[in-house]
Design a protein around this ligand. Sequence first.
Ligand code: PLP
Length: 384
Amino acid sequence: MREIEIIRKLLEIYNKTPKHDGGYILGSMTTKPDSIAVYAYNLFIHTNAGDTKIFPAIEYFSKEIIDFMSKLYGKCTGFVTSGGTESNIIALYVAREKTRRKLIIAPETVHHSVIWAAHLLGMEIKNVPVNDNHVADARLINQIVKNKKDDIAAIVITAGTTEWGTIDPIEEVANIAYRYGIYLHIDAAYGGLFIPSFYSKGYIKTNLKFFDGVSSISVDFHKNGLSPIPSGLILFRDEELLSYARRELPYTLGKYQYGLLGTRPGGSVAAVWAVIKKHGLEGYTTIAERCLDTALYLYEKLSKINDVIVWKPVLPIVVFKHKTIDSENLLDNLLSHGYYIYRAPSIDGLRIVVMPHVTREHIDRFIETFMKILKEEAGQNNNG
Ligand SMILES: Cc1ncc(COP(=O)(O)O)c(C=O)c1O
C-alpha cells in the first residue's frame, strides 16, 4: 500500500472511531489527552525510558514529576508506568520481596488489577467487607491485621474506587499499618489527582498523602491527568522501597531498569511532565471542580426521574439504576443510541464517570435520550 492510501484508510477508520468530546463516552476512565501532552509525547516518541543513559531527558522529566508529586503527597520517589495495573503489580511485588510474605488484605471494592497482581505474583487476597457507603471498615482491617500480622505482605486500599468513586479511610488504615509495621499500598489510580484538591476545598474529610505507614501510592495521569495512554505513576515513600522495583540489565549502559517493561515509552514521561507544567496544582483543582460540578448536575437530573435510584457522588462517578427496568436492557438500549456507559456490578446498576471531557450539554443530551428510552421501555412493559 502507498502511504497516501494508508493515510486515507486510517482517516476512514478514525472518522468512525468514537471521540471523547462527542460526549458519548460516559463510562470509561479515559479522556481526551491535552494537546500539549500529545505534542510532548510525539516529540519524545523515539525515546526509551528504560535507558536514561542514552536519553537523559527522561531522567530530567522524571525528577521534575517526582518533585511535583512530593509537593502533593509529601516526599516520595518513583517512576512513570504504563498505568494503574502495572503500578499495582509493582507495588505488590515490592511488598512481597520486602516481607517475604504472600497475604494481601484488601477491601472487596479493590480494583481487578490488584486481584490480577496477586494471581501473577502467587499471592493470596483476603477480602474485607465494606460498609453501606462502599468504604473499607478500618476496625475490621485492624482486627484482621492484629490476628494475622506475621503473614501479611501488604494492605491495599483504594482512593477513588472504580465502581463508586468512594475513598477508603486512608489515615486510619495508615495508622494501623504504621502500628504493626505493615506495607500499605494506596491505589489512587483514579482519585489521585482529585483527592488533594477536594480535601483542600473541604468537600471530603480524607486527604491522600504519604502519612506515616503509607509505603506506596499509584496514580494515573492517563485518567484525570490528561496525559495520553499509557501514563501511570508508582510512588514509594523512600529509595529503599524503590530499590526492590529495580532489576539489573548489565548489557545496557544504565545497567538497571525499573518496572515491568524493558523498553518503556519515554513519550509518556515527557507527556506527564508537560501536563504538570501546564496545569500545576491550581489547574488540576479547576479540572477536579468542573468534573464534580458536572457530576452533581447529572445527579440532580437523575434524581428527578421517577423510579430512578441514584447515589450522590463523592468523586465524580454517578451510580444509578431503575427500580423495575433491568440495567442490562438499559445498557443495550443506550448502546444502540451511541452511548458507552459502564456497569455498577455490585448493585446491578449503571455508572457514569464524569471525566474532564464531559460537559453539562453532554449530560442534557444524555438525560433526554435516557428519558426517551425509559418511556419506550415502560410502553413495552405495559403492552407486554
Ligand atoms: C482504582 C483503579 N486501579 C487501577 C486501575 C487500572 O488502571 P489501568 O487501566 O490504567 O491499568 C483502574 C482502572 O480503572 C482503577 O480504577
